[in-house]
Design a protein around this ligand. Sequence first.
Ligand code: 13P
Ligand code: SF4
Length: 328
Amino acid sequence: MPSEAPFLQEEILKLKYQRRAIILAHNYQRDEVQEIADFVGDSLELSRTASTIDCEVIVFAGVRFMAESASILCPDKKVLLTEVEAGCPMADMIRVDSPRDKITGFPGFKIPPQYIYPRETTLRDIKGKYPGVPVVAYVNTTADVKAESDVCCTSANVVKVIESLPDEQVICIPDRNLSMWAQHNTKKKVIAWDGYCHVHERAKTEDVERARREHPKALFMAHPECRLDVLEMADNVTSTSGMLRFAKASSEKEFVVGTELGLLYRLKKENPDKVFYPLRKDMICPEMKKTTIESLVRALKETTYLVKVDNEIRVPARKALDRMLAIR
Ligand code: 13P
Ligand code: SF4
């Protein structure tokens, strides 16, 4: 941590008190950002916290879609995204009605092609093709995409959300890996979108084989944004906070962690008697790492960067988020 950090931390505490602000941070944030945050969690926990918290300002240490969700859920609060350019590339892979430029797919990707919607089509194209089929939108989507969807989901509840719907088929956007994981766990038909997280997509079966050779006693935990062939090799597939719970509850002492490296901070801190190995050392999300202690100070001092979702989008997007939050 930089040497001016204690001073900046004091300043953050003072500003937080003056502004009646709360800092929410995702589990992938830098160690020092997690340390100063009031609440650190996975996407579902952060949405739930944002919807119930008592404060005037929410400072979101995460990426844009998370701050947008907080603004959708708390229109009367000032929601600040600590770094204006912190976005999620996967959330940007799907658009409501203007097609993206053609992006070449990943060779070797094994999902049956009839189930994948190419990214150069739009959400409205796919809705037109399957009229009446509900759209389940991963929270990693923009507010306007949520507004066009029936219900949201996170990595923690995707199967529960799909099962809660009366329909026998669902459109699941934008993560093909999460969708295929859901397909693996439900009898319903899941129509997937061809989006992916470049951080999790990196993990391959060879990485799991190597980790198993190097750490034969370790349990392997994987995030459902990983490829299905990797997930099939895991001892536990779950969200970031699900991994924290799994590691804490387990009587085993060693774990291989198949997600973004930021989670290792909490895993180690909360389980000092256990050992955690990253599946790959390069599973780092540059967007999540944009926020620093300095960004937090600036956000609180200058009210940057205000995220506000217009009512026209906010109201239908809120319906989709509320529908998810009502599922326990
Ligand atoms: P969760 O923490 O909800 O598992 O999400 C992972 C993620 O990629 C957030 O961008
Ligand atoms: Fe998006 Fe992946 Fe980064 Fe999460 S880890 S914000 S899904 S790019």
